[in-house]
Write a protein that binds this ligand. Structure first.
Ligand code: G4P
Length: 531
C-alpha cells in the first residue's frame, strides 16, 4: 500500500540469545564493525569487572564512544536496516529478557564450541520456540579446542529439539582451525592474516574438487579429515528447507570465531539472506501485515528511572505495521485515548535521539507518564484493534517479603503493586490469607535487589526478604474445573494466587510437578500465563 513498503522490507529485527560468555557481545561488535557503525573492533576492556549492573551494550558504548541504544542497536549493512534487540544476560537477566524476544522476528543463537548448549540458551530458546520464530546458530570460539562437530549438532538437536542444517563446516579447531567449508558452493574458505580487531582476514577459496590445491592449502591430514566429514555429512544431515527454517523447525548452523574474525561476515550474509522481513502479528481482528497496514505498535518493555536526573519511565514499543511519524496522532487502545506520543526517541546511554520517523520492525522508546502497561496496543486513531498479550513468564526465584515498619503498610502495598505493574517482579499471596504475606517471584535474582532499593528510595519503605526454596511455578489452566482446596500435591508444594486471584502452584523441583499431575487427574498446568 504505502510508499514505505521498501523501507519496511529492508528491515531485519532480531535478538541474540546465548549463555553468558559464549560471545554475544563480541559477535555484536563485529556486526557493527562490518556495518561500518564502528571503525575498529577490539575486546571491550575491563568488562569482566565493570559490566555487572549494566547491559553489555552500554559497555560497548562507553568503551567505543559510539551511540548504541541500551535496548536496541540499529545499523545499516548491505542495504539492510538491522535492529538487534538487547537480551540482557548475566545478573541483568529478568523477565524483560524474555519479553524482548516477543519483539524480535528471529533469533541468532550463539554457542560456545567447547561447551555446547548451556542453561541460559536453553531457557531463551524455549521462549523463541513458543513463538516459532526462525533461529540461526553461530557456533563460536572455534579458535579454541572445540567439541566434535557432529557431537555439537547432536547436542542442539537433543537438548533443544530442533533439527540442524550446517551451512558451513569447520576445518579443525583450536590452533589448527583453518577456516570453513561452504556446503553450497562446495569450496573451502581458509583464512590468513586475521588479526584481532581488524576486518576478516584474507580469505582463500578453493573448490574441494580441486584436491591438489586443497591439500596444499590445508595439509594432508586436515584435508583427509574434511573430505571424510563431508561424505558423512552429506549422507546424514537434514536437507536444507527454508520453510522449515522460517517456521523455527530447522536451524541453519555456521561456525567461526568472533574474536579472531573467522566466519563472522559469512554468517551475517547467510543470516540476512535467510531471515525474514518484519513478520505479521496476531491481533483480535486477525493478522496485521507490516506493509499493508498503517501504523501500529505494542509495548513490550517499561523501564523506570532510565535517567536518574529525570526520574521517569520509558515505554518501549515495537512497531508492527506502517510508518510512524512523530507528529501524528495515535490511539492508545487500552487507555481509550487519542494522543501524540511524547518525545519518541531512541534511547542512548547518555543522550536521547529524538526520532522523527520510524517503520515497522523498528523499536521506539516514548516517555510514559504512567499510562502504558506491557502488552498495550498503539495504532491509528481510526483503529481499535488489540495485539495478542505478552505472556507472563514463570519466575524462578521466590522470596517472602516483610516490611520492617508495620505503620507503613499503605506505602508498602502501593510501592510493591506499582513495581509489579511495571513487570519487574510478580507478586503472589498465600492462598488462604490476605495481603499479610506477600511472596515475590522474579526471573533473575538482581530484581530482588532492585525491589529492595526502589522501595527504600522511592517509597521510603524498608523490607526484609526471606528466600524460599521454590523454583517452579505453574498456573492452573483449567481453574474453573479444579477445586483448589481439594487439590493434593507433594508436601513441599505451595498454593498461592496472583494479583488477579488466579490460583497457582509453587514447586521445589520438577519431580513434584509430575507427582501432583499424577495425583490429580484432569489437572492442566501451564508455564506461561496469557491473562
Ligand atoms: P557474552 O557477551 O556472551 O557474555 O560474551 P563476550 O562477547 O563478552 O565474550 C566472553 C569472553 O569470550 C570474552 O573474554 C571474549 O573475548 C571471549 N570470546 C568471544 N568470542 C571468542 C572467540 O571467538 N574465541 C575466543 N577464544 N574467545 C572469544 P574475556 O576474557 O571475558 O574478556 P576479554 O578480557 O577478552 O575482553
Amino acid at each position: 500500500m504505502g510508499n514505505y513498503t521498501e523501507e519496511i522490507n529492508r528491515r531485519r529485527t532480531f535478538a541474540i540469545i546465548s549463555h553468558p560468555d559464549a560471545g554475544k557481545t563480541t559477535l555484536t561488535e563485529k556486526f557493527l564493525l562490518y556495518g561500518g557503525a564502528i571503525n575498529l573492533a577490539g575486546s571491550v576492556k575491563g568488562k569482566a569487572t565493570a559490566r555487572h549492573a549494566v547491559s553489555d551494550w552500554m559497555e560497548i558504548e562507553k568503551e567505543r564512544g559510539i551511540s548504541v541504544t541500551s535496548s536496541v542497536l540499529q545499523f545499516e549493512y548491505d542495504g539492510y536496516c538491522i535492529n538487534i534487540l538487547d537480551t540482557p544476560g548475566h545478573q541483568d537477566f529478568s523477565e524483560d529478557t524474555y519479553r524482548t524476544l516477543m519483539a524480535a522476528d528471529s533469533a541468532v543463537m550463539v554457542i560456545d564450541a567447547s561447551k555446547g548448549v548451556e542453561a541460559q540458551t536453553r531457557k531463551l530458546f524455549k521462549v523463541c520456540g513458543m513463538r516459532g520464530i526462525p533461529i540461526f546458530t553461530f557456533i563460536n570460539k572455534m579458535d579454541r579446542d572445540a567439541r566434535d562437530t557432529f557431537e555439537l549438532l547432536d547436542d542442539i538437536e537433543k537438548e533443544l529439539g530442533i533439527a540442524t542444517c550446517p551451512v558451513n563446516w569447520p576445518i579443525g579447531s583450536g590452533k589448527a582451525f583453518q577456516g570453513v567449508y561452504d556446503r553450497e558452493k562446495k569450496c573451502v574458505i581458509a583464512y590468513s592474516d586475521t588479526e584481532k580487531g581488524t576486518k576478516e582476514g584474507k580469505a582463500t577459496e578453493v573448490a574441494v574438487e580441486d584436491e591438489t590445491h586443497l591439500r596444499e592449502l590445508l595439509g594432508n591430514e586436515a584435508a583427509d579429515k574434511l573430505l571424510g566429514e563431508i561424505e558423512l555429512l552429506d549422507g546424514a544431515s537434514a536437507e536444507f528447507d527454508l520453510d522449515a527454517v522460517r517456521a523455527g523447525k530447522l536451524t541453519p548452523v555456521c561456525f567461526g570465531s568472533a574474536l579472531t574474525n573467522f566466519g563472522v561476515e559469512i554468517f551475517l550474509k547467510h543470516f540476512l539472506n535467510m531471515t525474514t522481513t518484519p513478520l505479521p502479528r496476531k491481533a483480535d481482528i486477525g493478522m496485521i501485515e507490516p506493509a499493508e497496514n498503517e501504523f501500529s505498535a505494542f509495548v513490550f518493555k517499561i523501564q523506570a528511572n532510565m535517567n536518574k536526573a529525570h526520574r521517569d519511565r520509558v515505554a518501549f514499543m515495537r512497531i508492527c505495521s506502517g510508518r510512524f511519524d512523530a507528529n501524528m496522532e495515535v490511539r492508545h487502545v487500552q487507555g481509550n485515548k487519542v494522543m501524540r506520543l511524547s518525545q519518541p526517541q531512541q534511547i542512548m546511554a547518555d543522550e536521547r535521539k529524538i526520532l522523527s520517523e520510524a517503520y515497522a520492525g523498528d523499536i521506539i522508546g516514548v516517555f510514559d507518564p504512567g499510562i502504558f502497561s506491557i502488552g498495550d496496543t498503539i495504532c491509528m486513531p481510526k483503529d481499535k484493534f488489540q495485539y495478542e498479550g505478552i505472556p507472563t513468564f514463570a519466575p524462578e526465584h521466590f522470596a517472602r517479603v516483610r516490611q520492617m515498619d508495620t505503620m507503613k503498610r499503605k506505602q508498602f502495598v502501593k510501592g510493591i503493586e506499582q513495581i509489579a505493574q511495571e513487570g519487574a517482579i510478580q507478586i503472589f499471596q498465600e492462598y488462604n490469607t490476605g495481603m499479610e504475606e506477600i511472596i515475590v517471584g522474579v526471573v533473575g535474582v538482581l530484581q530482588f535487589d532492585v525491589l529492595k532499593y526502589r522501595l527504600e528510595n522511592e517509597y521510603n519503605v524498608e523490607i526484609r526478604l526471606e528466600n524460599l526454596p521454590y523454583e517452579h511455578i505453574r498456573w492452573i489452566e483449567n481453574k474453573e474445573e479444579v477445586d483448589l482446596s481439594k487439590l493434593t500435591g507433594t508436601s513441599d508444594m505451595k498454593k498461592v494466587k496472583d494479583m488477579k486471584g488466579n490460583p497457582l502452584l509453587l514447586f521445589v523441583n520438577s519431580w513434584s510437578i509430575g507427582m501432583t499431575l499424577d495425583r490429580n487427574k484432569g489437572l492442566v498446568l501451564t508455564e506461561f500465563s496469557r491473562n
